[in-house]
Design a protein around this ligand. Structure first.
Ligand code: CMP
Length: 140
């Protein structure tokens, strides 16, 4: 398996509860390395652009409102098969369906306030990384 990259967001429900370190620890324990990280307050335009694929979904406005409700921590993660490794440790989107030992099982409050976002494919990871980071901010 190859060492690859994925993109992660620690969402406002987690930064509000001071869980940035606890979430990052679980990512690291899953074999992922944080090779770029910054805390940002997303603008509405940024959030709408980032989640553009969900624009027609009924939860889109609420999702955007939630993502701009507080600071987030955007990260680039690197590791063996990083997209899959990150999705395993995140757990199911809906915390009611998340397995024990996952970030969302441990911390998520609801399907919306679900603590973390992670890319669902390597192609989307590349797009999402480029949305927030320039190459010189990523130190592998
Ligand atoms: P995320 O991985 O960030 O991608 C889209 C987000 O929409 C998802 O996590 C959820 O937090 C959020 N969301 C809110 N409501 C729903 C829903 N009904 N189905 C799927 N995702 C939802």
């Amino acid at each position: 398996m190859a060492v690859t990259r994925t993109f992660s967001i620690i969402k406002p429900d987690a930064t509000r509860r001071n869980l940035t370190g606890a979430v990052t620890k679980m990512l690291e324990e899953a074999g992922l390395r944080v090779i770029a990280s910054k805390r940002v307050r997303m603008s509405r335009e940024q959030a709408e652009g980032f989640y553009g694929v969900h624009r027609e979904r009924p939860f889109f406005n609420d999702l955007v409102g939630f993502m701009v409700s507080g600071p987030v921590v955007v990260q680039v993660l690197e590791g063996e098969d990083a997209v899959a490794a990150n999705r395993r440790v995140m757990g199911a989107t809906n915390p009611e369906n998340a397995d024990e030992g996952t970030i969302r099982k441990a911390f998520a409050e609801s399907i919306e306030a679900n603590t973390v976002h992670g890319s669902d494919s390597e192609e989307n990871a590349a797009t999402e990384i480029a949305f927030f980071f320039s190459e010189d901010e990523i130190i592998g």
